[in-house]
Design a protein around this ligand. Structure first.
Ligand SMILES: Nc1ncnc2c1ncn2[C@@H]1O[C@H](COP(=O)(O)OP(=O)(O)OP(=O)(O)O)[C@@H](O)[C@H]1O
Length: 863
C-alpha cells in the first residue's frame, strides 16, 4: 500500500525540523548585517544609468560583482573621492557598520561575523554590527555616527554615517593619493564601475600560490554623482522593518448555506486541542494551522487544489477576519495597521488593462508612497522598481487582460508584484504567483522573490506544481491537505521527515510532486502506482478501496504531524525574539499611523488621470462618435424642417430626451461593477478614499458625455427646424445636458447598487421604460393612480424644459379651425407649458439624489 522507510530517522532529527519552523535564528538575523542581504533590492537606485546583472545564482545585482579594474571602463575612485562623492548605503537604521578591518585571519565565528563566497569566488565580507538602542532610533528619528574605516594596508579614513527617517548616507573623507597597492604579489585597486555602484577589488586567498590580499568589498554602497554637478534628484530610500510573523492554531470555517441549519445534529470536532461545535451547514476550511516565518525567509505553501492555501494566505494578509487562532507580527497581535506593511499579490492579476506597464507602476507609486516623497521621487521609485523587475522592455505595453492584448502573463505577474513592493512592505504574500507560467518564467519570478527576501522581507507564497529548483529556493515549506497541516519546516528536511514517518519515494522524483501526492494520499511507490494505472475501468468497489487507502494514508500523515509536531508545542514556545525596536515600531504604528499617503485632492487628481488613460480608447472610440453622428443625421432627416408641425417638433424634442437618456445611462452602469475587483484590492491596501474614487469616476466621463450631445443638438436643432432663436437653442441644449447628467447619475446609482452587470442592465432597462412612459409624450390620460409617476420621471422634466424653450402659452399655430393654441396640442398639453423653475429644481434634485444613492451603494458594497 505504501512503503515504510527501512531506516527511520532519529527523533532528534524530527525535533530539529520542528524547531526550524520557528525562527530560532531571528535574533541573529536582525543583529547581523549581511552585505548580501542589503543587495540592490532594499534601496532604490539613485541614477538612471543603473545597470542590472543577474549572477549565476540568479541573484539580481546592482552592479557587476568584483569585476577587475579596467582602465577604460572604470573610474579611478581616488580621483573622484576628492570631488566629494556622496554615497547612499543600504542597511537598517538599527545597525551600524563595523570599524576596522576584516580578513581571513580576523574572521572568527565568535566575532559575530559571516563570510559568504560569491559566485565568482571572491569573498564577501560581512561587517560586524552592533545594535543601536532601538528606542533611541525611534525617538530621535536620526542617527549620526562617526568613526574610522580602514582596509588592510590602507590608512584609516574617517567616515560619518547619517540616518534620517528615510535617508541614509555615508560620506568618506578623501584618502591618500595612492590608488594602487600590491599585496601578496597581486594588485588590488579600488575601482568604480560605470554603473551606480563602486567596488573594491577584494580578497582572494589561494593556498596553492600563497597569495592573499584582503580589502573591503563595499558593493552595497551606491554612488551618486557629485551633488553640485548632478541635476538628478536623489531618491529617498525606504527601509524595511523586519517583521516576523507567527501564526498558531488557525481555524477557519464558513457557513455554506447549502444546508439548512439543524441544531439537533451536531458533530464534535477536536482539532489541535480546540473543541469546535459544528453543525452540518458549517464547513471547516483550515484545521489549526501553525507556523512562523522570519525576515529573509520564504515560506512556500504547498497542497492539492482545495486544501486551503488561498484561504490561509488571505487570513495572513488580513483579508479574512473571522478566524480562530492567533497571528502576531514581531510578537504584537495582529492589527489592521500591519496592512501598511503587508502586501498581497492575488492569484489573478487585478490590473487596469489599458494602462501601460509604466503608467500602472507610476500611478501606484503616486498614491502609495508616503507624503514626504515628492512627486518626482515617487516617479523615480516606480521606474526603479520597473527596472528592478526587468520590465523596462515592455514599459510602454498595455498591461492587457482577458479581452485586451498586452503584456505576457509573466510580465503581468511582475507588474502585480511591482505594485506591491513599491512601498517596501515587510511582509509580502503571494497566491500562486507562478500559475500558468512556463518553468523559466516561473523560476524568474521566484528568483525575484528570493532577492526580495534576501533584502529583509518576509515572504509567504502558495505555489502550484513547483519544479524541484523552485522548491529548493524556498527555505520553508508548509504542506496542507484538506485544511490540515502535514508538514511545516525546512524544505530540505521534508523528505527526511516523511521517511521517518514511513513514506519515501521509491524512484527519483521532484520533492514537491511527492509531497503534493502524499497530501492526496498517493505514495510514490511504483508497485502501487502501476496497480492503480490499470487500463481497465475500475469497479466501484475497487474505486472505494483506493479512496479508503488514500484517506488512510492521509490520516497517518496527519496524525504523525500532530503527534510529532504539536505535542512538542514548538509553535507557542518558538524562539521568535524580535528586537524591542521592532515590537515598539509595530505597536507604535497601531496608535499613530492611520493617515493617508496622499491628500484627498491628490488622490482625486491621480485617479481622474488614471481613469482618463484607462478609458481613452472607449471614450474616444470611432463607433461611439459614429453612433452619435448617425443618430443625429437620421433624426434630422426624419424631422427635416419640422417647423410646420408642432406635433413633429414635440416629437423631435422627446426623441432627443429619450436618446440622451439611454446612451449615458447604459455607459454609466458599467463604471463601478467593472472596476470592483481593482477597487477592492486597492482599497484593501489603503491607497485612497472611496469618495476620491467616486468623484473621479463620476467626473471623468463628463467631457465626452457632454461633447456628443452638444454635437447632436447643433445638427438636429437647425436641421430639424426648431425655433430659430439663440436663446431657445441654448436653453434646449442646456436641458439636454441636464438630462444627460441625470441619466448618467442614475446609471452610476444602478451600477453601484447592483454591482452586477446583468442585474444592472435589467434594472436599467425596466427603469428607463417606466421613466419614458411617464414622460408625458405617449399618453394623455394616465391611469389616475399612477399620475404621480411623471413627477419622478426625469424625462418628463427635461421634456418640459425643452418645450418651454420652444413655445409659450400664448403661441398659436394655423389649424383647421383657423388658429389653435400650441398648449392644446396633445403631446404638449399632457406636460403643459410653464413651471420651468419647478422642473429645473426637480432635475437638480435628481442630479444630486442619484449620485448620493450611487455613493451610498458603493460604500455599502464590500470594497
Ligand atoms: N466561502 C466559502 N464557502 C464554502 N466553501 C469555501 C468557501 N471558501 C473556500 N471554500 C472551500 O474551501 C476549500 C479551500 O479553498 P481554497 O481556495 O483556500 O483552496 P486552495 O488550496 O487555494 O485551492 P486552489 O489551489 O485550487 O486555488 C475549498 O474546498 C473551497 O471550496
Amino acid at each position: 500500500m505504501f512503503s515504510m522507510a527501512s531506516s527511520p530517522r532519529s527523533e532528534g532529527d524530527v525535533k530539529e525540523v520542528v524547531s526550524e519552523c520557528g525562527c530560532s535564528s531571528l535574533r541573529e538575523t536582525m543583529d547581523h548585517v549581511d552585505v548580501d542581504h542589503f543587495s540592490s533590492q532594499e534601496i532604490p537606485r539613485l541614477s538612471t544609468s543603473t545597470t542590472r546583472t543577474v549572477d549565476d545564482h540568479g541573484i539580481l545585482r546592482s552592479m557587476p560583482e568584483a569585476e577587475p579594474y579596467d582602465g577604460e571602463r572604470g573610474v579611478d575612485l581616488d580621483a573622484n573621492m576628492s570631488r566629494n562623492w556622496s554615497f547612499t548605503v543600504s542597511g537598517s537604521s538599527r545597525n551600524r557598520p563595523a570599524v576596522g578591518t576584516d580578513s581571513d585571519a580576523d574572521h572568527q565565528p565568535g566575532r559575530n561575523s559571516n563570510r559568504t563566497v560569491a559566485a565568482d569566488g571572491y569573498s564577501k565580507l560581512n561587517y560586524d554590527t552592533e545594535p543601536m538602542d532601538p528606542t533611541d532610533v525611534l525617538a530621535r528619528k536620526s542617527i549620526s555616527l562617526e568613526g574610522l574605516w580602514q582596509a588592510e594596508a590602507e590608512p584609516p579614513r574617517s567616515f560619518s554615517y547619517e540616518e534620517a527617517p528615510r535617508r541614509s548616507s555615508w560620506s568618506v573623507e578623501p584618502s591618500r593619493r595612492s590608488s594602487e597597492r600590491t599585496h601578496g604579489g597581486v594588485e588590488g585597486r579600488r575601482w568604480k564601475s560605470r554603473s551606480t555602484g563602486f567596488n573594491f577589488l577584494s580578497t582572494r586567498s589561494s593556498s596553492e600560490t600563497g597569495e592573499k590580499f584582503t580589502g573591503l568589498d563595499i558593493a552595497k554602497l551606491n554612488v551618486m554623482p557629485p551633488l553640485k554637478e548632478s541635476a538628478e534628484i536623489s531618491l529617498k530610500p525606504l527601509t524595511t522593518l523586519p517583521v516576523s510573523i507567527k501564526f498558531s492554531n488557525l481555524v477557519y470555517q464558513v457557513t455554506t448555506g447549502s444546508q439548512r441549519p439543524c441544531p439537533s445534529i451536531s458533530v464534535d470536532v477536536t482539532s489541535w486541542g480546540q473543541k469546535l461545535r459544528r453543525s452540518p451547514h458549517e464547513k471547516i476550511i483550515l484545521h489549526g494551522i501553525s507556523g512562523a516565518v522570519c525576515p529573509g525567509e520564504m515560506l512556500g505553501i504547498l497542497g492539492p487544489s482545495g486544501s486551503g492555501k488561498t484561504t490561509l494566505v488571505q487570513i495572513l494578509a488580513g483579508r479574512l477576519s473571522n478566524y480562530e487562532g492567533s497571528i502576531t507580527h514581531n510578537d504584537v497581535p495582529f492589527s489592521k495597521s500591519m496592512n501598511r506593511r503587508t502586501a498581497l499579490v492575488t492569484q489573478d492579476d487585478v490590473l487596469y488593462p489599458h494602462l501601460t506597464v509604466k503608467e500602472t507602476l507610476i500611478c501606484a507609486a503616486l498614491m502609495r508612497l508616503p507624503r514626504d516623497f515628492s512627486r518626482q521621487e515617487k516617479r523615480r521609485r516606480a521606474l526603479d522598481v520597473l527596472l528592478e523587475l526587468g520590465l523596462d522592455k515592455c514599459q510602454d505595453t498595455p498591461v492587457g487582460g482577458a479581452y485586451v492584448r498586452g503584456a505576457s502573463g509573466g510580465e503581468r505577474k511582475r507588474v502585480s508584484i511591482g505594485c506591491e513592493i513599491l512601498t517596501d512592505p515587510s511582509l509580502l504574500l503571494l497566491d500562486e504567483p507562478t500559475s500558468g507560467l512556463d518553468s523559466t518564467t516561473a523560476l524568474n519570478i521566484v528568483r525575484i522573490l528570493r532577492n526580495l527576501s534576501h533584502a529583509g522581507k518576509t515572504i509567504i507564497s502558495t505555489i502550484h506544481q513547483p519544479s524541484s529548483v523552485i522548491y529548493h529556493m524556498f527555505e520553508k515549506i508548509l504542506l496542507l491537505s484538506d485544511g490540515h497541516p502535514l508538514f511545516c519546516g525546512r524544505g530540505n528536511k521534508a523528505l527526511g521527515y516523511f521517511e521517518y514517518i514511513g513514506f519515501h519515494p521509491t524512484f527519483a522524483s521532484n520533492p514537491a510532486d511527492f509531497l503534493v501526492d502524499l497530501a492526496n494520499g498517493v505514495t510514490h511507490d511504483l508497485e502501487d502506482l502501476n496497480r492503480e494505472s490499470s487500463p481497465f475501468v475500475l469497479s466501484k468497489r475497487r474505486a472505494e478501496e483506493i479512496a479508503d487507502e488514500r484517506n488512510h494514508i492521509k490520516k497517518i500523515v496527519k496524525d504523525a504531524y500532530l503527534a510529532h509536531m504539536l505535542q512538542e508545542n514548538k509553535f507557542d514556545t518558538g524562539d521568535l525574539r524580535p528586537s524591542s525596536a521592532e515590537r515598539f515600531q509595530i505597536a507604535h504604528d497601531t496608535v499613530e499611523r492611520r493617515d493617508w499617503s496622499t491628500s484627498w485632492l491628490e488622490q482625486f487628481i491621480i485617479l481622474a488621470r488614471r481613469a482618463v488613460k484607462e478609458r481613452r480608447h472607449e471614450n474616444f472610440s470611432v463607433p461611439r462618435i459614429l453612433e452619435t453622428f448617425v443618430v443625429a443625421i437620421i433624426a434630422s432627416l426624419i424631422w427635416w424642417n419640422s417647423s410646420s408641425s408642432v406635433e413633429d417638433q414635440a416629437g423631435l424634442l422627446f426623441f432627443s430626451t429619450m436618446v440622451w437618456g439611454y446612451f449615458p445611462l447604459y455607459s454609466a452602469i458599467y463604471t463601478f461593477p467593472l472596476e470592483r475587483e481593482m477597487v477592492r484590492k486597492e482599497r484593501a491596501s489603503g491607497m485612497y478614499r472611496l469618495s476620491a474614487y467616486f468623484f473621479a469616476q463620476s467626473i471623468i466621463d463628463l467631457p465626452m458625455e457632454l461633447v456628443l450631445p452638444t454635437i447632436y443638438t447643433i445638427l438636429v436643432y437647425w436641421m430639424g427646424g426648431l425655433k430659430p432663436s439663440a436663446v431657445a437653442f441654448f436653453i434646449t441644449w442646456a436641458a439636454l445636458l441636464f438630462n444627460v447628467l441625470v441619466a448618467q447619475g442614475m446609471g452610476l446609482a444602478i451600477g453601484a447598487v447592483c454591482m452586477n452587470l446583468k442585474k444592472a442592465s435589467h434594472l436599467a432597462s425596466a427603469s428607463m421604460l417606466v421613466i419614458l412612459m411617464a414622460g408625458g409624450f405617449f399618453s394623455k390620460d394616465i391611469f389616475p393612480a399612477l399620475g404621480w409617476l411623471k413627477y419622478i420621471s426625469f424625462s418628463y422634466h427635461a421634456f418640459k424644459l425643452e418645450l418651454n424653450a420652444q413655445f409659450s402659452e400664448e403661441d398659436v399655430y394655423p389649424c383647421k379651425a383657423g388658429l389653435c393654441h400650441v398648449a392644446d396640442v396633445q403631446a404638449i398639453s399632457t406636460v403643459g407649458l410653464g413651471g420651468t423653475l419647478s422642473s429645473a429644481l426637480a432635475m437638480l434634485g435628481f442630479l444630486v439624489g442619484f449620485r448620493l444613492v450611487a455613493y451610498i451603494g458603493l460604500r455599502r458594497t464590500k470594497l
